[in-house]
Design a binder for this molecule. Structure first.
Ligand code: FEO
Ligand code: CA
Ligand code: CA
Ligand code: CA
Length: 582
């Protein structure tokens, strides 16, 4: 974009046409550059990336795999310098190692995968030619991996459900897993969602206790050996040996990148589910409100309202206080009702149903501790609305309205499954939709709201799509919204994952107010097989995470089907990319 792009009145770039190219396609007049890619040094002295000879020790100092969320925290006292934080959601070993044996990974490969998970923090500065450059900063740059210690906070810290033989007090856990989306808090920390943690744990099938079994099943913990066979190298990934270890994942994690020696935390007050991410807004009265999605078909939208108020400013005292905001408050789940189709809009009313506050449970049959650790089951008991895979949920800093990406749900309406309702209006929903919520009287702490679908995605020529009432002949096709972000003018930016229109995923912008509301324009497309995530939109540049480039049927390290970004015959590498107007 750039200041000249006219965010205030609209988005003046020429939309990119759908395509299947193995590169990033940005609008005419825009430049692009890779900021950092898998294997690039994060810590000073890190070895250069050597694909064929990768080691765990090298990976632990380099940028991890499959970066998803990306956030920028301004560096105090320095112009045009930020701490850039990236989530490394998951590893794809068949793409990372030549000749990988899925049944028998080596210890080195497993440890490399541990080091390729987690988060990276790097100092970035605006580059003279545009875009961003990484600095190998000794003080701030940091890798967080499966081996990094986290502390539990909040009402379920120390719970018997969190205790293991390695941590009999249930207060400390090594690592974070499957960190998907996230958010930068108003106090300058990073929140990150632990999403599909179930895939790392083995032998749920061998668990016999019926209560434990039901809990595991509700979180998708099933089967025998895990896909990555980590249980062969660390007993904590074997549910028979450590039945509570899986309860120590599925949380919202908070990292303070400005204090590189601080212990990152997992906030139990925000509940445990397949957390896509969390985004915080400061309510009118100074309390903070986090909005969250549980990314599973037929799962729920949540919010958390803190007990305490945020302190303004960047003093040590204010920062220390603000880091406790997510430790105490009320956790809610959303119920939406429609007002009928006759008004020609998908819209209606909703309420936030309280689940627990501190030691107090509001759900019959569940202690507060059980609400926090087995949040999905507690929520089931109060009949919230089953949504079409809630991904990123983010309040607009400008209006306080909340936008939720509901990525898709091809199971809706299948035999035995819930059919369409006004908030999730399509059976076999393969393209997803975008929900807009307005809290009662614009108060983010309210327990009532109204809602509307902003977009019902897909091919605009299809009668079952809706683009905020805008002329559909003028919009870009969009499918499978995943992450959302806002520019300084309040336009919504949406990145996609899994485009079901047979073209590459990408990044889109759409005004949410005024005559242009619903005018979706495609800003860029990512290489073949990749997902677009982590968008950061500033007045000077856009950052996107290019996750899993070349992840296509039949592809592997021995048969790469993408050579982005290095070209030639190279292996594809997940990366952060900057795009700017030249
Ligand atoms: Fe990791 Fe819900 O996307
Ligand atoms: Ca209606
Ligand atoms: Ca996602
Ligand atoms: Ca976002």
């Amino acid at each position: 974009p750039g200041h000249g792009s006219g965010h205030g009145t609209g988005l003046d770039f020429r939309p990119v046409a759908p395509n299947t190219e193995d590169r990033i396609v940005a609008p005419a007049g825009y430049d692009q550059d890779v900021v950092i890619r898998w294997g690039d040094p994060v810590l000073p002295g890190a070895p250069r990336f050597d694909f064929a000879n990768q080691t765990a020790a090298a990976q632990a100092q380099q940028f991890g795999y499959n970066n998803d969320f990306c956030g920028l925290v301004p560096l105090p006292g320095r112009r045009d310098a930020w701490l850039m934080v990236s989530n490394h959601e998951y590893t794809t070993e068949t793409h990372m190692f030549l000749g990988y044996d899925e049944d028998n990974p080596t210890r080195e490969q497993v440890e490399t995968a541990w080091a390729a998970h987690g988060l990276s923090v790097v100092v970035v500065e605006k580059a003279r030619r545009g875009g961003l450059e990484v600095r190998l900063d000794r003080h701030y740059n940091r890798r967080i991996t499966v081996g990094t210690e986290f502390a539990f906070t909040g009402p379920a810290a120390g719970s018997r459900h969190l205790r293991t033989s390695a941590d009999p007090r249930g207060r400390r856990v090594l690592g974070t897993l499957n960190n998907c989306a996230g958010g930068v808090t108003p106090w300058g920390t990073i929140l990150s969602g632990e999403e599909n943690f179930n895939q790392y744990f083995a032998n749920a099938d061998a668990v016999t206790d019926p209560v434990t079994k039901a809990r595991l099943a509700r979180y998708g913990l099933a089967g025998g050996a895990s896909g990555r066979r980590w249980e062969n190298h660390d007993r904590r990934f074997d549910l028979v040996r450590e039945p509570n270890e899986a309860n120590r994942f599925g949380w919202i994690v908070e990292v303070d990148p400005l204090e590189p020696d601080s212990t990152p935390v997992k906030h139990t007050a925000l509940g445990r589910f397949k957390h896509e991410g969390a985004n915080v807004i400061v309510a009118r009265d100074g309390r903070v409100v986090a909005y969250m999605g549980d990314d599973e078909r037929f799962d729920y939208l949540y919010k958390f309202v803190s007990d305490k108020k945020m302190k303004r400013g960047n003093s040590r005292h204010a920062r220390a206080h603000n880091r406790t905001l997510l430790e105490s408050g009320t956790l809610y789940v959303a119920r939406l009702t429609g007002d009928g189709a006759q008004d020609g809009e998908f819209d209606g009313a909703g309420e936030w149903i309280p689940l627990a506050r501190g030691d107090r449970s509001f759900v019959d049959g569940f202690t507060a501790e059980e609400v926090y650790v087995f949040t999905r089951q507690a929520a089931d008991a109060v009949a919230p609305t089953k949504m079409d895979r809630p991904e990123d949920v983010e309040p607009s800093p400008r209006t306080g309205r909340i936008y939720a990406a509901l990525t898709n749900n091809t199971d809706r309406g299948k035999p035995g499954k819930e059919g369409p309702t006004e908030p999730n209006p399509r059976a076999a929903n393969k393209h997803g939709h975008v929900l807009e919520i307005e809290e009662h009287r614009g108060d983010n702490t309210a327990t009532r709201f109204s809602w509307k679908l902003l977009l019902v995605c897909g091919d605009p020529n299809s009668p079952d799509t809706y683009f905020g009432g805008y002329d559909k002949s003028q919009v870009s096709p969009i499918s499978c919204p995943d992450n959302v972000a806002f520019d300084s003018a309040g336009n919504l930016w949406i990145s996609t994952d899994g485009n079901a229109l047979s073209t590459n995923d990408g990044l889109f912008a759409v005004p949410v107010a005024g005559p242009e509301r619903g005018h979706v324009k495609q800003f860029l497309t990512v290489p073949h097989g990749a997902e677009t995530c982590g968008p950061v939109v500033t007045d000077d540049f856009v950052l996107v995470s290019v996750q899993h480039p070349g992840e296509l049927d039949g592809a592997s390290a021995d048969n790469p089907l993408s050579h982005w970004p290095d070209g030639g015959t190279s292996q594809p590498r997940p990366s952060v990319v900057a795009v700017w107007k030249h």
